[in-house]
Write a protein that binds this ligand. Structure first.
Ligand SMILES: [Fe+2]
Length: 179
């Protein structure tokens, strides 16, 4: 059984009540799809990995030691590949599972980029519409802005051969496309 995007969305609907978390997962999916297109990878595989990556957050409540372990299990139950489940598992560094594949690295850096772009858009009156790459990069440098978003994690994009500006551009375009 192969993972079907609609079943993934059903699982999200059943397990995630917070609308902002759902938006975050959709935004991460969009960035992952754009990354897959750019790198010549499987767009659906990468997109669905992004889509599902936080499916367990409400189920594990605040238990960071369970987050993404349960998510990886749910993904497998839905028909995700081992590679997808691995990327979901290691996006939470707490488990100490090393990032091995491009997919692992892509999810790891797309997740916080989605967070930074969302935070940068939220403080603007025109939200995402008028947000430029330049201002995303400026926010990147402001340590106190969206302090929970790991800048170091975003720069893992370099391991995929993308410079920060290129990655921010791709992420912003991807999020605008689904806005
Ligand atoms: Fe996330």
């Amino acid at each position: 059984m192969k993972l079907n995007r609609y079943e993934a969305l059903d699982s999200i609907r059943a397990n995630v009540q917070d609308k902002n978390t759902v938006k975050h997962m959709l935004a991460t999916e969009a960035i992952m799809r754009a990354l897959a297109r750019k790198l010549g990878e499987d767009e659906d595989e990468w997109g669905c990995t992004g889509l599902l990556h936080d499916v367990d957050v409400e189920l594990v409540k605040d238990d960071v030691n369970s987050h993404s372990k349960l998510g990886a299990d749910i993904a497998i139950e839905l028909g995700a590949s081992e590679a997808m489940a691995h990327a979901i598992l290691c996006h939470n560094e707490v488990h100490g599972v090393p990032r091995e594949t491009k997919l692992d690295k892509a999810l790891f850096c797309a997740d916080p980029l989605s967070g930074l772009i969302t935070a940068a858009a939220l403080v603007r009156s025109d939200k995402l519409k008028g947000l430029t790459v330049k201002s995303v990069l400026k926010r990147f440098k402001e340590k106190r802005f969206a302090a929970g978003v790991s800048r170091k994690q975003i720069t893992v994009c370099q391991e995929l051969g993308l410079e920060l500006e290129e990655f921010a551009t791709l992420g912003l375009e991807a999020m605008n496309d689904i806005a």
